[in-house]
Write a protein that binds this ligand. Structure first.
Ligand code: SAH
Length: 365
């Protein structure tokens, strides 16, 4: 089966471009894959074959028209076409090796390259386009992004890489960055190849490579390191759990006065509250029914050993001054809780909930 890529672009001359050479070039020549372009201009309207128009609501730049794009997409991809339809876009899902591998196992791709300010939002839904980004920076058009994506996909097509092993040993394929590489000479500018690599001991070599991979990943990409099964435990965040003597009132207070959402609440007296990225738990303290449920068995430790009003937590926010303006004239403000810059550098103020639990909002300004 030939992997077929159809690219909708205002600059068909950009293809195959660099993909005409080396590994991808050979694959194209052999017919393992094909790249066809669809010139968006041919679907433009009017004497000048217009493809774009000014943005609704004003602002700079131009937007690619939905009707023009849809006609172009329909011309290369009918209802029976199972290929994923992608729109290269900085707002898209970040491209990963997992996605690349998935694409390489399919029949091909339809890729729309944006230009100017982007494309009319409606065509994304109407033609079921998946937005894909190649990173957090802005290109002048989707074409270089499409070339990057196709390069990564084509090298994984069956038979494209000479040594099939090299496809699965790379960075990211096992969730790790790859270990360092060396080749002859053994000593170069007084720098030596790590002796284990020339020891001939395959077990030792593999162990060294794995350790180097793990070390590099932990150093450079802690975000990846966290996802590796069996990796070192990693502390992430603290979630405060505050005691209240009436859970319903507690949920109402945090919801109505502070803008939290209640995302979980159970009969046992526990609630999970969320405000944007912040989570706060509430639990019922001094709850007599809890003791009853224990059928008179003396409680050694549990809710009633805690007293509401002795707890506190700090919520890191951005815009602490605006929050202070919002709350400063309410009955929630702690008597000594006015906005101030603390010696340790944070600017903060505090409120009390109805049980006297202290919530400090702070910001590193
Ligand atoms: N106004 C847009 C950027 C438009 S850039 C915004 O701020 O989000 C023009 C086109 O370049 C886009 O439509 C997209 O197709 C392409 N493009 C730019 N950066 C990209 C990236 N990081 N990944 C994928 N495509 C990108």
């Amino acid at each position: 089966m030939t992997f077929r890529a159809s690219i909708i672009t205002l600059y068909p001359e950009m293809f195959p471009g660099p993909l005409g050479m080396s590994l991808a070039g050979n694959a194209l020549e052999r017919g393992d894959c094909s790249i066809e372009t669809c010139h968006l201009r041919e679907f433009g309207t009017g004497k000048h074959r217009n493809v774009d128009d000014t943005p609704a609501g004003g602002g700079a730049g131009m937007v690619l028209k939905p009707d023009v794009l849809a006609n172009a997409i329909d011309s290369v991809s009918g209802a029976a076409d199972n290929r994923p339809r992608l729109l290269m876009s900085p707002r898209g899902k970040p491209l990963t090796q997992t996605m690349v591998r998935e694409f390489s196992q399919g029949e091909g791709l339809v890729i729309v390259c944006g230009r100017f300010e982007g494309v009319d939002e409606r065509v994304i839904g109407a033609r079921n386009l998946t937005e894909i980004s190649i990173g957090d920076y802005i290109l002048s058009g989707g074409e270089p992004a499409a070339l990057v994506l196709l390069d990564a996909v084509i090298r994984l097509l069956p038979g494209v890489m000479g040594n099939d092993q090299s496809g699965t040993h790379e960075s990211f394929e096992n969730g790790l960055l790859e270990h360092p590489h060396y080749t002859r000479p053994q000593i170069w500018e007084e720098r030596e190849i790590p002796p284990v690599l020339t020891s001939g001991n395959h077990g030792a070599i593999e162990k060294w490579q794995r350790e180097q991979s793990e070390r590099l990943t932990a150093e450079r990409r802690p975000d990846l390191a966290e996802k590796i099964p069996g990796s070192d435990p990693r502390a992430r965040e603290i979630i405060p759990a505050l005691p209240v003597t009436n859970l319903g009132q507690g949920v109402d207070f945090y919801r109505e006065r502070l803008g939290f959402e209640c995302i979980y609440r159970d009969e046992g007296g526990y609630a999970v509250m969320r405000w944007q990225a912040v989570e706060l738990h509430l639990w019922l303290a001094n709850d007599e029914s809890w003791r009853e449920r224990q059928k008179g068995v003396p409680v050694q430790s549990g809710a009633e050993s805690f007293i509401a009003g002795t707890h506190s937590c700090r919520i890191m926010v951005s815009g602490v001054e605006a929050l202070w303006e919002k709350y400063r004239n309410t009955d929630m403000i702690h008597p000594k809780g006015h906005l101030e810059k603390k010696p340790w550098g944070s600017t903060e103020f505090a409120i009390l909930d109805p049980w006297g639990n202290l919530i400090t909002f702070h910001e590193w300004l």
